[in-house]
Design a protein around this ligand. Structure first.
Ligand code: GDP
Ligand code: IMO
Ligand code: MG
Length: 422
């Protein structure tokens, strides 16, 4: 019986998961998303074209593979339809390549409004969500009030919707939040009809049957470990389990069915939205990382905050996920840097620690190790041997500190700009 290999982010999202899933998909027969929703923006570049996926797995561009949206995902029918229709234009018949779990939850128009209303109510403490209704949808799931994709098949679908909407409207009234969803609601009902064209499956049977039949499965994470609802920088997190355990609950597979765990990180660090970020740079170097790395949200265009690589956080993420192989992205962004810094510990109120603390507060200062920059263009390199010695030292330091091999190194956004060390 095969196992499910997992790709997930080890930082605050946007590590480059979409690119790597696309690169690795030829090795797999099934690619499955297990959590998150259209808060994700996964970018893929090949043949001079750029695509951004939100809810659809990043295996979709490699022909002949089955892509699954698992039960742990939340789906906005309107955004899903827009994404699917865009892909159909470029010749991808999703009704053949994509299956959706009946147990995945639906994001309702009022969930989006609630997301905005909760953020407004938090004022200066706002999380800076993507505004896609993610938190309110997962809240309804856990409080047993959610609507699932399987409800699309029920004759009571409209009544279930009306009850959910009425409940949300009461909350919105209580918050004194004014809104108009007439147009959004019309679009949503049309989009929900569109969803009915897809294969709606019991994805837990689908995935387990695939494994029994000897098929290889790749699970694609969204967001990153430091945005996990349990282990991230709470409350500045998303509302799902982005960590490896989320693969079991988000696809319906047992823990002993997990195979390789690929942990992706950028050679530096970024974060979108509010919340602590110990190695954040507010200076010219931070601005350079943002400019050279094009660190703006794939969907929202929001500026990403930038800083140095944080090994305290990375080691924490590796521990929580049981990472077996590391994948380092965007090293090319630092090609011209004289010095590259890596946080190897924190000093909290004068005391040194290598553990990721419960809360990240004002009194925390990263302790850095400095590296000489490699000062050359990595984008032309196509094997590890071609890398300059200074860059190899950087990679080997990370491997030594974490105890996990860096197996894939990405040196540009294109599919081809990827070095796989066998
Ligand atoms: P994801 O959410 O983890 O899939 O990542 P995003 O797509 O949100 O953000 C990653 C960004 O970095 C995208 O714009 C990619 O095209 C780009 N990218 C990925 N890998 C590399 C790389 O190695 N070098 C450079 N310069 N850009 C990269
Ligand atoms: P991908 O999959 C980066 C962040 C938001 C916000 C917090 C909560 O592309 O890596 P939410 O809308 O989920 O309730 O927002 O999480 N966030 C992401 N940051 N990449 C993402 O996805 C993200 N998805 C959510 O900015 O801080
Ligand atoms: Mg992204």
């Amino acid at each position: 019986m095969e196992k499910v290999d997992v790709i997930l982010g080890l930082q605050w999202g946007d590590e480059g998961k979409g690119k790597v899933v696309d690169v690795l998909t030829p090795r797999y027969e099934v690619v499955a998303r297990f959590q998150g929703g259209p808060n994700a923006g996964h970018t893929l570049e090949f043949n001079g074209e750029k695509y951004v996926l939100r809810s659809i797995p990043s295996g979709i561009f490699q022909g002949g593979k089955t892509n699954v949206i698992g039960n742990g995902v939340v789906i906005d029918a309107i955004l899903f339809r827009a994404e699917a229709e865009e892909l159909a234009k470029s010749g991808h018949d999703l009704t053949r390549q994509l299956c959706i779990s009946k147990k995945a939850h639906l994001i309702l128009p009022t969930h989006r409004i609630l997301d905005a209303a909760y953020e407004a109510a938090k004022g200066s403490d706002r999380i800076g969500t993507t505004g896609k209704g993610i938190g309110p949808t997962y809240t309804d799931k856990v409080s047993r009030n959610g609507m699932r994709v399987g409800d699309l098949l029920s004759p009571d679908f409209e009544a279930i919707y009306a009850r959910a909407k009425a409940r949300h409207e009461k909350i919105l009234q209580g918050l004194g939040y004014s809104y108009d969803i007439a147009d959004l609601e019309r679009q949503w009902f049309e989009a929900v009809d569109y969803l009915r064209r897809f294969r709606l499956i019991d994805s837990e049977y689908f995935i387990n049957d695939a494994l029994v039949a000897g098929k290889s499965v790749l699970a694609e994470g969204a967001q990153g470990t430091l945005l996990d609802v349990d282990f991230g920088s709470y409350p500045f997190v998303t509302s799902s389990n982005t960590v490896c355990a989320g693969v079991c609950t988000g696809l319906g597979i047992a823990p002993n069915r997990i195979g390789e765990v690929y942990g992706i990180f950028k050679a530096y660090c970024t974060r979108v939205g509010a919340g602590p970020f110990p190695t954040e740079l507010f200076d010219e170097t931070g601005a350079e990382l943002r400019r050279i790395g094009h660190e703006f949200g794939a969907v929202t265009g929001r500026e990403r905050r930038c800083g140095w690589l944080d090994l305290v956080a990375l080691k924490y993420a590796i521990m929580i996920n049981g990472v077996t192989q590391l994948i380092m992205m965007k090293s090319d962004v630092m090609n011209d840097f004289d010095t590259i810094r890596v946080a190897t510990a924190y000093e909290i109120d004068g005391k040194r620690t290598e553990e990721f603390p419960y809360g990240i507060t004002e009194g925390l200062n990263p302790v850095y190790t400095d590296f000489e920059g490699w000062k050359c263009d990595l984008r032309g390199c196509r094997s590890f041997d071609e890398f300059p010695a200074a860059f190899k030292r950087y990679v080997e330091f990370i491997e030594c500190e974490t105890g996990v091999p860096v197996r894939i190194i990405s040196v540009g956004p294109d599919r081809g700009e990827t070095i796989v060390r066998e």
